[in-house]
Design a protein around this ligand. Structure first.
Ligand SMILES: Nc1ncnc2c1ncn2[C@@H]1O[C@H](COP(=O)(O)OP(=O)(O)OP(=O)(O)O)[C@@H](O)[C@H]1O
Ligand SMILES: [Mg+2]
Length: 297
């Protein structure tokens, strides 16, 4: 069966070539996320270093706004979204279908541009960066698990995973790490199959291995256990949890309570804003998002 590509997700032909080459409406919290990010930026400037400081947030986003359409048909999808994620943190984002979760992850990962606001990853600007700078940043610092996987159809599962390990700037040992991830995710017996020969859950696990192979500072995972049974889902959640425990920052979009249970923080995206939440089964729903707010509201 052909891969289902979301109309709202960047197409594979756009995503991979580009890749290769707070959380609350309260002004106080938005302000404090801004201060955390600004202090981190200042610290880096005063130390005249460009490398990421271990104690600074890995991800800093503030004032993010995304509007689709124009004039009377304009819709505010994200408004004043602020989020700072520290090394070692696993943050889950929940919200109704259509609330903008994938859009938010795309903005955080530099795959789409906000209409306002800024994003930094590891102290490097995502917003305002050139395509060349963005490519390097994504390759070196961000692992992205797409909601609809986006494996390259002409490569088998293992080759998809090892591709980032063979790009310039890949860390030493990435190849070995990729093979270990394939084993850990139970994919060895299907490693030589092409994406169209794999089940949805197998494709999802290859996509997760690919996101982690280059040992990124930041992992952005869009519904990473959406297609998995309980056992495979638990292996993936263990992997994301240990990725965070080893010092990475992880942001995971999910509809599943077993995933939010592993997170340090759970944020709910609703009407364009992020709210802290104590997720329970009742807080996570698949129902469609009600009508978005018009720009004039
Ligand atoms: N390029 C676009 N042009 C117009 N509308 C768009 C565009 N991209 C996304 N949208 C709209 O933004 C809304 C949010 O889409 P998004 O994919 O971010 O939702 P989501 O929260 O990830 O949903 P799901 O849980 O179903 O994956 C949808 O109503 C979608 O139609
Ligand atoms: Mg989505």
């Amino acid at each position: 069966m052909p891969l289902k590509l979301s109309a709202t997700e960047p197409s594979i032909t756009r995503v991979w070539p580009r890749w290769l080459a707070a959380d609350t409406r309260s002004r106080g919290t938005i302000w404090s996320v801004g201060v955390v990010c600004a202090v981190a930026r200042l610290t880096r400037v005063t130390r005249l270093r460009t490398a990421h400081q271990p104690s600074a947030p890995v991800l800093c986003a503030s004032g993010l706004r995304k509007v689709y359409g124009e004039g009377r048909s304009a819709r505010v999808l994200l408004d004043e979204v602020a989020l700072a994620v520290a090394p070692g943190e696993l943050v889950a984002v929940v919200g109704r279908s259509g609330s903008g979760k994938s859009t938010l992850l795309h903005l955080l990962g530099g795959l789409d541009h906000p209409d306002a606001g800024r994003v930094e990853v590891g102290g490097r600007p995502v917003t305002g960066a050139s395509e060349r700078e963005l490519s390097a940043l994504r390759r070196e610092s961000i692992g992205f698990v797409f909601q609809f996987f986006h494996l390259l159809p002409e490569l088998d599962g293992e080759a998809n995973v090892l591709l980032p390990a063979r790009l310039p700037g890949a860390p030493a040992g990435a190849d070995r790490r990729g093979r270990a991830l394939i084993d850990r995710l139970g994919l060895r017996s299907v490693a030589r199959l092409a994406p169209h020969q794999l089940s949805g859950g197998e494709q999802q696990r290859f996509a997760i291995a690919r996101a982690l192979v280059a040992d990124p500072l930041l992992v952005l995972a869009d519904e990473p256990i959406g297609n998995l049974d309980a056992a495979a889902g638990s292996v993936v959640l263990d992997l994301l949890r240990s990725s965070a425990d080893e010092g990475r920052a992880v942001v995971m979009v999910t509809h599943q309570a077993e995933a939010t249970a592993r997170a340090d923080r759970v944020l709910r995206l609703e009407h364009g804003r992020l709210f802290p939440t104590h997720a329970s089964g009742a807080a996570i729903t698949d129902h469609a998002e009600p009508a978005p707010r018009p720009v004039s509201e």
